[in-house]
Design a binder for this molecule. Structure first.
Ligand code: ASP
Ligand code: MG
Length: 404
C-alpha cells in the first residue's frame, strides 16, 4: 500500500466527460489499496476567464479580491470530481485551501506556501476517504484566500506530497512527459524516462512549460519523486528525481528555448568603477529581472554593456535606465526579436566540449550568436528569433538526441 498524490491539470478536467475519466483513474489507485489525495486545477480556460472578469471590473484590482475570484475555478473542479467519485462508489470529499488549512504568506496573487496542516486530511485518507484538494489556493495571515501564481496547482500537489509524506506525486497533464525538446518543433524529440531535479529546474525556468518552476524547486528541496504523465494515455511518463536514481547520465538531456527575451545594449559607457552597480542597482530596485549580462573590454575608455530581460519588462527597463543613469553613455538600443536556447545536462559537469558542439552546430547553419552564458549544467545562447526552429533541430541532431 502506498500513499499517492495525483494532480490533474486544466485540460485533464476540461469538461464533464474528462472529469468522469479522471474519477476512473483515481478509482484505479484506490482499488489497488492505496491512500489517495488528488489536487485539481480549474477546468481549462476558466482561470483565464476569471482573470479577464477582474480586469473588466477594475484594471488595477485589489489583489485580495482577485484571489477570491480566481480561486473559484479549482473549487468547482474539486466538488465535481468528488461527486464523480461518489457516483462510482468511492468515498471522497473536497477540500478548499482554507479547510486543510494550506497556510501561505500574504503575497496575494503569488503567495508562497508556509505550512500545510494535513492531520485531519490524513486521518480521513487512512479511513479510505479520497481527499480532493483545490489546487492553486491557500489562506493568508490576514485570514483571506490567497493564490499561488499561474500554474500554481503543480506546487500545491508537490507541497502536499511533501507534507503528507507521499510515496509518489503523479502530475497528469496533456503531454506524455518531458521531452528532449519541444516536439511541436522537433518531430524527432524523445520522451525522457527520467530527468534530475536540477535539469528539470533549468528546463522549466527556460520555458519548457510543463511544470511550474516553483513546484520543481519544492520537489528538489523535499526530495519528492514527481512523475509527469498524460491523463489521455497509458504510456509511462517521465520521473523527475534525484541524480542517484539515474544510471545512464546523458551529456545533454534536453534543449530548452525561451522566446520571452529582450536584449538591451548600452553603448559607449564611460568605463569606470561602479558602472555595473549604477545600471543594475536601479533595475533590481524596480524589481526587473536581468538574465544574461556581457560587458565588453574597453579600448578607448568606453565600453558596451548588453543584458537580457523579459519582453514584458523591456519598456520599463529602458525607462529605469534612462531615468537613473548617472554615468555618461552614447546611446541605448534594444531588440525584442531574440530567443534564448539552452542545452541542459548534468553530464556536462564532468565532460568538456559540450559548448563547442553547440557553437559548431550553429555556425554550420550560419546562425549568429549574440550572447553566450554558461553554468555548471547548462550552456545558453541568445540568437535571432527567426532561427529558433533551425537552431533547435540542428542542436538536437548534434547532441545525438534524435529518436531512431
Ligand atoms: N488554474 C490556475 C492557472 O491556470 C492554476 C493551475 O492550473 O495550475 O494558473
Ligand atoms: Mg499547469
Amino acid at each position: 500500500m502506498a500513499r499517492i498524490v495525483q494532480k490533474f491539470g486544466g485540460t485533464s478536467v476540461g469538461d464533464i466527460d474528462r472529469i468522469k475519466n479522471v474519477a476512473l483513474r483515481v478509482k484505479a489507485e484506490v482499488d489497488q489499496g492505496n491512500e489517495v489525495a488528488v489536487v485539481v486545477s480549474a477546468m481549462s480556460g476558466v482561470t483565464n476567464q476569471l482573470v479577464e472578469y477582474c480586469s473588466q471590473v477594475a484594471p488595477m484590482h485589489d489583489a485580495r479580491e482577485y484571489d477570491m475570484i480566481v480561486s473559484t475555478g479549482e473549487q468547482v473542479t474539486s466538488g465535481l470530481l468528488s461527486l464523480a467519485l461518489q457516483e462510482l462508489g468511492v468515498q471522497a470529499r473536497s477540500w478548499a485551501g482554507w479547510q486543510i488549512p494550506m497556510i501561505t504568506d500574504n503575497a496575494h496573487g503569488k503567495a508562497r506556501i508556509l505550512e500545510i496542516k494535513g492531520e485531519e486530511l490524513v486521518r480521513r485518507m487512512k479511513q479510505g476517504q479520497v481527499a480532493i484538494v483545490a489546487g492553486f489556493q491557500g489562506i493568508g495571515p490576514d485570514n483571506r484566500v490567497t493564490t499561488l501564481g499561474r500554474g500554481g496547482s503543480d506546487t500545491t500537489a508537490v507541497a502536499l506530497a511533501a507534507a503528507i509524506n507521499a510515496d509518489r506525486c503523479d502530475i497528469y497533464t496533456d503531454v506524455e512527459g518531458i521531452y528532449t525538446t519541444d516536439p511541436r518543433i522537433v518531430a524527432v524529440a524523445k520522451k525522457l524516462n527520467k530527468i534530475t531535479y536540477e535539469e528539470m529546474l533549468e528546463m522549466a525556468s527556460l520555458g519548457a512549460k510543463v511544470l511550474q518552476t516553483r513546484s520543481v524547486e519544492m520537489a528538489m528541496k523535499h526530495r519528492v519523486r514527481v512523475q509527469v504523465l498524460s491523463s489521455f494515455s497509458d504510456a509511462p511518463g517521465t520521473l523527475v528525481c534525484d541524480e542517484d536514481e539515474i544510471v545512464e547520465k546523458e551529456l545533454v538531456s534536453g534543449i530548452a528555448y525561451s522566446r520571452d527575451e529582450a536584449k538591451v545594449t548600452i553603448l559607449g559607457v564611460e568605463d569606470q568603477p561602479g558602472i555595473a552597480a549604477g545600471i543594475f542597482g536601479p533595475l533590481a530596485d524596480a524589481n526587473i529581472n536581468v538574465d544574461m549580462i556581457v560587458q565588453n573590454a574597453s579600448e578607448d575608455g568606453t565600453t558596451d554593456i548588453t543584458f537580457t530581460t523579459s519582453r514584458a519588462e523591456l519598456e520599463r527597463a529602458l525607462k529605469v535606465i534612462k531615468d537613473n543613469m548617472q554615468i555618461p553613455y552614447r546611446s541605448i538600443n534594444s531588440d525584442k526579436s531574440v530567443v534564448k536556447i539552452s542545452v541542459v545536462g548534468v553530464g556536462m559537469r564532468s565532460h568538456a566540449g559540450v559548448a563547442q558542439t553547440m557553437f559548431t552546430a550553429l555556425a554550420d547553419k550560419k546562425i549568429n550568436i549574440h550572447i553566450i552564458s554558461t553554468s555548471e549544467i547548462k550552456v545558453s545562447v541568445l540568437i535571432s528569433e527567426d532561427y529558433t526552429e533551425l537552431a533547435l533541430r540542428a542542436l538536437h541532431t548534434a547532441y545525438g538526441l534524435d529518436a531512431a
